[in-house]
Design a binder for this molecule. Structure first.
Ligand code: PGA
Length: 233
């Protein structure tokens, strides 16, 4: 189904496309990532789909290299970004380091907010750093009232109860939340849904007029099920 959207936050390129984004979280070694790509079907991805893989930082070089070698139409992103620039920030990865391998970064995932106590102030700094490095933030919100930093155009609605639970939101409620997010934040052009997406339920979400795609956790760890999600979206 084709959707008409206003010219957006980023570029003409994104207009009306469906995003299928994999969030591998803290999973996979280099060897396991190679196995994933050896099983991932190298089928042409429809032009109206944007597939993005967000592996752990350690796997960004190897996965992006494999994808290039296999000529896969896949973009890459990180799962978070430093709130700082280059410098003495032990353990952090900043925007230009991500930009060497990818074009996107997830920011504000509920696991970062809950387990690592990331605050709205920190998330705003991260968004600003993503923009200044030429990265597109995929900003996660837990409901329609979650604060969204200035300039964010791509949002993922992920209700906490739906993440990793096998208990997704209903497509109708996700649609209503997506529409409200856009209404409240006129800069937001694309709202994705995330939380217990599978090959079986993906279409019921991507069919919604205000849902521009999906953010997939667990089901993206298996290349065959991720293939099916892309195909069925
Ligand atoms: P899930 O995770 O697909 O395993 O529910 C989604 C996410 O946390 O991004």
């Amino acid at each position: 189904m084709h959707k008409t959207r206003k010219r957006g936050y980023n570029s003409f390129y994104h207009m009306g496309k469906t995003y299928i984004i994999a969030n591998w979280k803290s999973n996979k070694t280099a060897r396991e990532a190679e196995e994933w790509f050896s099983l991932f079907k190298n089928a042409p991805i429809a032009e109206d789909k944007i597939v993005i893989i967000c592996p752990p930082f350690t796997l960004l070089p190897i996965t992006s290299t494999i994808a290039k070698e296999k000529q896969l139409q896949i973009a890459f992103g990180a799962q978070t970004i430093s709130q700082f620039s280059a410098g003495s920030y032990t353990g952090e990865i900043y925007g230009a380091q991500i930009k060497e391998f990818g074009l996107y970064t997830i920011i504000g995932h509920s696991e970062r907010r809950t387990l690592f106590h990331e605050t709205n102030e920190q998330l705003s700094l991260k968004v600003a750093n993503a923009f200044s490095s030429g990265l597109t933030p995929i900003f996660c919100v837990q409901d329609a009232d979650t604060f969204i930093p200035e300039g964010v155009g791509l949002v993922a609605y992920e209700p906490v109860s739906a993440i990793g639970s096998g208990n997704p939101d209903t497509p109708e409620n996700a649609q209503a939340v997506a529409a409200t997010i856009k209404q409240k934040n006129p800069v937001v052009q694309d709202v994705l849904y995330g939380g217990s997406i599978t090959a079986e339920n993906v279409k019921s979400f991507t069919d919604q007029p205000d849902i521009s795609g999906v953010l997939v956790g667990k089901a993206s760890l298996d290349p065959l099920s991720f293939n099916m999600i892309i195909q069925n979206s």
